[in-house]
Ligand binder design. Sequence first.
Ligand SMILES: [Cu+2]
Length: 120
Amino acid sequence: MKALAVLALLTFALLAGCSSMPPAPTVLTPQADGSYLIHMAGTRFVPANAQVPVGANVTWVNDESVGHDVTAMDGSFSSGGVANLQKGKTYTHQFTVAGTIEYHCEAHHGLGMEGVLHVG
Ligand SMILES: [Cu+2]
């Protein structure tokens, strides 16, 4: 009975700890050309929560037949309309300043197509 109480307390502490911490970003590894890839698939950015170093060239590649775009919430960059990013097309932007940038697909953010990029 006492063990059960301890287990319940531990479980609660673990859950409380997790809910107060933001999910850890996926640390991207560079491609052969030094760029970092984020895919667009299933009306999602994959990975949606990513980390790259300062100076990184990040390339978004559309893997599916639906056109997408990559647009910063603060307006600092945009790939333009969905016509620019049809299947197989890419958009690259260099990130020279450390920080956290939220972005989305203008056409599909209502469906939850959003991403966060941690630079630094
Ligand atoms: Cu989209």
